[in-house]
Design a binder for this molecule. Sequence first.
Ligand code: GUN
Length: 274
Amino acid sequence: MKAEMAEQVATFPAKYGRVPHLVVILVGEDPASQSYVRGKAKASEVVGIKNTTILRPADIPEAELLELIASLNADASVDGILVQLPLPPHISEDRVIAAIAKEKDVDGFHPLNVAALWMRQPCTVPCTPKGILRMLDSVGIDPKGKRAVVIGRSQIVGLPVAKLLLDRNATVTICHSRTADLPAVTRQAEILVVAIGRPRFVTADMVAPGAVVIDVGVNRDPETGKLCGDVDYEAVEPKASVITPVPGGVGPMTITCLMENTIECFLRKQEKAE
Ligand code: GUN
């Protein structure tokens, strides 16, 4: 996907006079967030997208962050704005997300993009759910008529991936920390998407033979300190028909879809200008 996008972006200077420009804002020094932001800059370079990473201290007043976003909204040379989450507790994530111009909201988190997704209107689709559907398509798995179970109900992953699977005619169950007898539900899944943020939470007994397992988790193994997913990969892999690894699965795919969303925002702007 990145190679195809790089080819496409290479044609933009002749056509539009410039390449897409993504601005990433990182508040504070959380090591995981720093690593994600580096990944986004690296992928931008590969695809040929201009990337500006703006660093701000953890104690930045909310008003100052909102002013920065307003100036980027008004800057015609900026196509995409991404504020890395989570934000420090004194800053309202809701207010920050709503402050981003919806046309530059490459995450698809703005209330108007969320509403458009749930109303099946044209919108920016959040990167992680978009990448998950891409991966299913890439191996020829059609969700139509299948029992899909999503563990997790976050705005970033659980809810939108459930909606996308529903739109593709899967029968979708959303589970969460209060679900009674979770293993009985997950064992029904032909497609199992796990996004709860607990290391190796899904064990082999929770997975049906032949299931498609998508692991969205990024955790530190409490014993080794190494990165691990929400799924016990070694135990579940022999049982699953296909499974995504952590690291190296959903994460890189999410970043790749961010590149795609940035190009889409850029192209929509060019179409408007014509
Ligand atoms: N933090 C964890 N995932 C994401 C994401 O998809 N977008 C942003 N902005 N922050 C995140």
